[in-house]
Design a protein around this ligand. Sequence first.
Ligand SMILES: Nc1ncnc2c1ncn2[C@@H]1O[C@H](COP(=O)(O)OP(=O)(O)OP(=O)(O)O)[C@@H](O)[C@H]1O
Length: 375
Amino acid sequence: MSKKTTVKKPTVPAMFSKNPPSTTTTTTTTTTTNDKENMIEVNPKNDRLVPWVEKYRPKKVSDVAYQDEVVAVLTKCLAGSDFPNLLFYGPPGTGKTSTILAAAHELFGPQLFRDRVMELNSSDERGINVIREKVKKFAQFSVIATRSDGAYCPSFKLIILDECDSMTKAAQAALRRTMERESKTTRFCLICNYISRIIDPITSRCAKFRFKPLKDNIIVQRLQTICDTENVQHEPGAITELVKCTEGDMRKAVTFLQSVARFRTNTVITAIDVQEITGIIPENVIENLYQVCHSSSYEKLATTVKNVLLEGYAAHQLLLQLHDYILGQMALGNEQKGIIFEKAAIVDGCLLDGADEYLQLMDFLCTVMHQLCRS
Ligand SMILES: Nc1ncnc2c1ncn2[C@@H]1O[C@H](COP(=O)(O)OP(=O)(O)OP(=O)(O)O)[C@@H](O)[C@H]1O
């Protein structure tokens, strides 16, 4: 049914092999041993084993959803405008890595991609040595602006530093010099979640783009397209239920969809299937907890919280959903909600640090109870 396709394994840039490839364009249609090693054959029969996040990763810059500013700038760059050093920042799963990879594929084409692009993940390699050895070495090679298919091809190479907010300050400082010195031959694309962890001299050398969490309707559209392509049937409310817990993260949405599609109990995906896979807590559980807070009985609250935790619901998810539920309650004033949410933030921090789920939830719900008594 589907064609036989190939997916690239993460590569060590060819530049760092003992014999760096020629930087002039030599067209060859045969696949080298090295190329073969870096390809995962995707047999149509095993097609279902491919993670959908990879299968549906945008192939072209124009496929990237909802990040209009960066798409507009990169489209101009692809047409021949100057290509600045880039800094992409924003929450996970919003398309930062996909956007630059798509742009690089369009700029260099499949044959030059391996020679012209170096992708480093700073979570693994975050020290100054990587900048001194790998980045500097790669940046120093000069290249010729030709492509065998005649398409526009710039005369620079691209270094992608993913998760660069975990680079040490010394490494960032070393990068600053390299960026300046090699500006004729190399462009950088830095990707991070927290821009505040990047030193000013680096941010001021880059065009900065904030990737926004994707709107629910954009995620719904994308999931619907995937469902149509993969022939996944679902109840009308199932996709909306799934999107509820994604917080604008498309990766999370697509991963959940694939999990639900694989482990569903019926041919048609239901909202219950989604709740079981994603860990979303049914609305009545949240309502019940809130009502118990109204009763002002500490013993009743303690028993209910114990029972809810015994059901296997995660305290963090309970806290998230209680937050949204309380936000919509008219019975509580702004000041009371402020006190409750301040407590929610403290409890969330404690849970992340590994504190006891029961004690933390009790702490939070006692605050809710207290504020309800005041109203
Ligand atoms: N804007 C988007 N348009 C289309 N698909 C997207 C978009 N954002 C994310 N995706 C989907 O989510 C997957 C992960 O995206 P990507 O790796 O680009 O996220 P990221 O922002 O780099 O995340 P992280 O900060 O965790 O590295 C992609 O393979 C793609 O399927």
